[in-house]
Design a protein around this ligand. Structure first.
Ligand code: KG4
Ligand code: ZN
Length: 351
């Protein structure tokens, strides 16, 4: 089955042509990062507008790259949620139009399930059950996946997502947006020198996450070193604490704080992940989402998995961040089970 996948849940406009849920013939992603960078985060209204501008071109390119045309498509899979409503509605509206015009079935896909199923595009022999962790800018969620249609949430963040914490900490350290890859690079080979931030909720049996206290601990540490700078124009917002033109000494301090922050995030994610594997008595795990591109995190998970004889499955880098191939892969499973939506379905901000 040839599925056209469409994804517009946040700040990437994406389309892909996927065959049998396991092979992406194309995977086109247009990122809006440049548009949102000056605001230090995704601005929902701008995201919707940019999706409208890009979607037709992105879909045309996905067909062209795959060497197919609309007549070859058997079905359409589109992200239904969770995500920004206005952004989701752009993809859903276009997908419904195509479904009607081509007279092909359509299926709404859960974005997080899409992330979990991205690994099928690298490995066509996936086995169940497994524990899955989606760790991105919007989500930090643990799943137990017993079969393609039997998926439960077993833990999630009570406040910020891990990627969101990376982005906010990068902002207060004056490092730019999005923060994950920047903090990873700055932390490489840096010892936090005894600086240690709290790991929240790591008591045995608790599979939920919390990153808001960590983010505040980093803020307090930065204030201790660099002084308190209130941005009165934006009360409550996370703003830059570090000097505009940091000295070499300031830069060393920033790197230490970044490294100590990353250590706390990785420790927390890894301890919860393996706690879930133990509690649910599974022997495989999948980690996906934008933060799963972090090599230090990947290395820790691989070495812990090796020690405990747990099979670790990580998507390739290009499939970690938001893309439509994962939506096509997940949609293929649903469609094969006869799960098709009528044209009346709407977007879901939470799911
Ligand atoms: O999955 P994704 O592309 O979009 C969402 O659905 O959120 O994830 C984006 C998030 C951002 O918060 C970004 O800072 C984070 O993933 N990220 C990383 C890395 N690359 C991206 N976090 C840590 N280390 C990285 N290398
Ligand atoms: Zn995502």
């Amino acid at each position: 089955m040839i599925v056209l996948g469409i994804e517009t849940s946040c700040d990437e406009t994406a389309a892909a042509v996927v065959v049998d849920g396991t092979e992406a013939l194309s995977n086109v992603v247009v990122s809006q990062i440049e548009v949102h960078r000056e605001f230090g985060g995704v601005v929902p209204e701008l995201a919707s507008r940019k999706h409208v501008e890009a979607i037709s071109m992105v879909i045309s390119k996905s067909l062209k790259d795959a060497g197919v045309d609309f007549g070859d498509i058997d079905a359409i899979a589109v992200t239904r949620g969770p995500g920004l409503i206005g952004a989701l509605l752009v993809g859903i509206g276009v997908a419904k139009g195509l479904s009607l015009a081509l007279n092909k079935p359509i299926c709404g896909v859960n974005h997080l399930h899409g992330h979990l199923f991205a690994v099928w595009l690298d490995n066509d022999q996936m086995e169940f059950p497994f524990v899955g962790m989606v760790v991105s800018g919007g989500h930090t969620t643990l799943f137990e996946v017993r079969s393609p249609l039997d998926i439960d949430v077993i833990g999630k963040t009570r406040d910020d997502a891990a990627g969101e914490a990376y982005d906010k900490v990068a902002k207060l350290l004056g490092l730019g947006y999005p923060g994950g890859a920047i903090i990873e690079k700055l932390s490489e080979g840096v010892s936090p020198d005894g600086l240690r931030f709290p790991r929240a909720l790591i008591e045995q049996g608790n599979l939920d996450f919390s990153f808001s206290g960590l983010k505040t601990a980093v803020l307090r540490q930065a204030e201790k070193v660099f002084g308190i700078h209130y941005d009165r124009s934006r009360p409550g917002s996370f703003h830059q604490i570090t000097p505009e033109d940091p000295s070499a000494e300031d830069q060393r301090t920033i790197r230490k704080i970044a490294a100590a922050f990353q250590d706390a995030v990785i420790d927390t994610l890894v301890s919860k992940l393996f706690m879930a594997v133990e509690i649910r008595k599974v022997s495989r795990l999948v980690v996906c989402g934008g933060v799963a591109a972090n090599q230090a995190l990947r290395n820790r998970i691989i070495s812990e998995g090796h020690k405990r004889e747990i099979k670790v499955i990580l998507p390739s880098m290009s499939l970690c961040a938001d893309n439509a191939a994962m939506i096509g892969a997940r949609g293929n499973f649903l469609l094969q089970e006869g799960i098709v939506d009528s044209l009346g379905f709407g977007a879901k901000s939470r799911w």
